[in-house]
Design a protein. Structure first.
Length: 454
C-alpha cells in the first residue's frame, strides 16, 4: 500500500488525534491528511513501511539503486549530497553557474573549490558544461577533485552529455553529482533525453519543477557503490526537517502513481510543443530559441528580445498585465516560459497569440546584455574562510578590490556574479547595477550595500 492510500484510509477512520499538528484535522482540504509520525504512516527519517515502499517505487521509476524522498526541495538534496560525498578540505569542482545551494554545501563542508566555466550565448544564458571544459578544469587544478558537481539541464534547458561525462568520471575515480533540479521529467520519452539518473553517482531532482507534484518536493537518487548510503542518511538527518510534511509526501506518492501510469501524457505534450514551435516562422522580431532535441529541453521556452526594442523584463510585464500570462523568469533580453505535460493546448494557444500580437507592435533594436565573460574572478580565499571572517558592510560602489563575504546573485536562476572569498571587480559591480536598473531581482545586497571581509 502506498503512503497516499494509507493517508486516505486514515482520513476516513474514527481515530482522534491527541497529537500534532494543532489544527487537529478539523479543517478541510489538505489539513485532513496533514499528519505527524504516528503508527501506520511511517517516518521519513527511518522508513520501514509505506514511505519505504514509495521510495522503492521512486528508485524503480528512475532506474537507480536507492531513492530518498525530499520535502525541502533540491536544496536539501544538494546540501546532503555534498556533505555525504566529501570531507573537510577535499577538493571539489563545481560549475560557476551552480545554484547557491551547491555553494552553500561547499561552504558548510569547508571544501576547497575550483570552477568549471561553461560558455554563454548572446543573451547571457549559460550553455551546458562540456566534457572538454570539465577535463580542462581537472587538468588545470593543482589537486585531483574528489567530486565534480554539474548542472544538467540548466534553468533554460541545456543538457550536458551525461553519458560521456559519467564515463570519464568513473575512469578517473571522481564522484559525479548532478544537480538535475530541472530534469525530473527526463528519460520518460524519446524527446526528453540525457536523464542523469542511473548514470551519475548521485542525482538530485526537483519533482515539483516539471512533474505534477507540490512545491518543495524532490528526490535524491543514488546509482553507485562508490558512496556510502549511511552517510546520506546522516546528512539528511542534518539538513531535512525533523517534521516532514505528509501533505508533501502524499504529493510525491501521487506523482509516482501518475508516472507509473504514464498513459499518453508525453505524446500529447510533445504534440503541443511541436505545434507551438511553428510560431518561429511567423515572428519577425521576437525569437523562440530552438536547438536540437539532444542539446536542449524542448519544454523550456526561451523567448529572446535581443534584437528588438523590448527588454525581457518588459516583455514579461506585458504578458502579465495585458495577457494574464506569468512566465518563470525574465532577464536582460529574454523570458523563460516553463512547461510540463500538465499544460493545456489552450495555454499554449494563449501564449502563441500573445507573442504574435506583441511581435507586431515592437520594432528592431538591440538590447545590451552585460555578458558575464567580462568577469574574471580573482579568488583570494575559500568560501568558508570568507564566511567565517569578520565582516563589515559597505556601499557596493565602494567595494572594488575588497574581498566579498557574501554571494550576490541575479535571481532567478540564482547563479552568482560575486562569490564569497573573491575580490570584487568593477565588472561585477557594473553587471549588478545594470541588473537593478533593468528590474532584475538581485540577492545578496542590503539596500545597495555589501558585506566584505574586514
Amino acid at each position: 500500500m502506498s503512503l497516499k492510500k494509507r493517508l486516505e484510509n486514515y482520513k476516513k477512520s474514527n481515530m482522534y488525534p491527541f497529537h500534532m499538528p494543532g489544527h487537529k484535522r478539523m479543517l478541510d482540504g489538505c489539513y485532513q491528511i496533514d499528519m505527524t509520525e504516528v503508527e501506520g504512516v511511517d517516518d521519513l527519517h527511518d522508513p520501514e513501511d509505506v514511505i519505504a515502499l514509495d521510495e522503492n517505487r521512486l528508485a524503480t521509476l528512475y532506474g537507480v539503486d536507492k531513492a530518498f524522498m525530499l520535502v525541502g526541495g533540491s536544496t536539501v538534496g544538494n546540501l546532503s549530497a555534498i556533505y555525504a560525498c566529501l570531507m573537510e578540505n577535499d577538493y571539489v569542482l563545481i560549475q560557476r553557474n551552480s545554484h547557491k545551494s551547491v555553494y552553500n554545501g561547499a561552504t558548510i563542508r569547508h571544501l576547497k573549490v575550483g570552477y568549471i566555466n561553461p560558455k554563454l550565448d548572446e543573451n547571457g544564458i549559460y550553455k551546458a558544461a562540456t566534457l572538454e571544459e570539465i577535463k580542462e578544469s581537472v587538468v588545470a587544478a593543482k589537486t585531483k577533485p574528489k567530486a565534480i558537481v554539474i548542472t544538467s539541464p540548466t534553468y533554460e534547458g541545456y543538457y550536458c552529455n551525461i553519458e560521456k561525462i559519467a564515463e570519464y568520471c568513473r575512469s578517473e575515480n571522481i564522484i559525479l553529482i548532478v544537480d538535475e533540479a530541472h530534469g525530473a521529467h527526463l528519460g520518460f520519452h524519446e524527446s526528453f533525453p540525457h536523464q542523469a539518473a542511473g548514470k551519475a553517482d548521485v542525482v538530485i531532482t526537483s519533482l515539483h519543477k516539471t512533474l505534477p507534484c507540490l512545491t518543495q518536493t524532490a528526490a535524491l537518487l543514488i546509482s553507485t557503490n562508490r558512496v556510502d548510503i549511511t552517510g546520506f542518511r546522516e546528512a539528511l538527518d542534518i539538513f531535512e526537517t525533523s517534521s516532514p510534511s505528509y501533505v508533501l509526501m502524499n504529493s510525491i506518492s501521487q506523482c509516482i502513481d501518475v508516472m507509473e501510469d504514464n498513459r499518453d501524457y508525453y505524446d500529447k505534450y510533445v504534440d503541443n510543443l511541436n505545434d507551438f514551435y511553428k510560431i518561429r516562422g511567423k515572428l519577425k522580431h521576437l525569437e523562440v530559441i530552438s536547438e536540437e532535441a539532444d542539446k536542449k529541453d524542448i519544454g523550456k521556452l526561451v523567448i529572446s528580445t535581443k534584437h528588438t526594442n523590448l527588454s525581457g523584463v518588459e516583455l514579461a510585464k506585458i504578458l502579465r498585465e495585458k495577457y494574464e500570462i506569468e512566465t518563470e523568469l525574465s532577464s536582460f533580453s529574454y523570458v523563460l516560459a516553463m512547461t510540463s505535460f500538465m499544460d493545456t493546448k489552450e495555454g499554449f494557444e494563449r501564449l502563441k497569440k500573445a507573442l504574435l500580437e506583441i511581435d507586431k507592435a515592437i520594432t528592431v533594436g538591440e538590447i545590451k546584455v552585460p555578458i558575464l565573460y567580462a568577469v574574471t574572478p580573482n579568488k583570494r580565499m575559500e568560501l568558508w574562510e570568507a564566511k567565517t571572517s569578520a565582516v563589515i558592510e559597505i556601499p557596493l560602489e565602494e567595494s572594488h578590490g575588497r574581498i566579498s563575504s557574501t554571494m550576490v546573485c541575479l535571481y532567478p536562476p540564482g547563479a552568482p556574479v560575486i562569490v564569497p572569498g573573491e575580490e570584487i571587480s568593477n565588472q561585477s559591480i557594473e553587471i549588478i547595477n545594470n541588473a537593478l536598473k533593468t528590474g532584475i531581482h538581485v540577492t545578496g545586497l542590503n539596500k545597495g550595500r555589501i558585506c566584505v571581509v574586514n
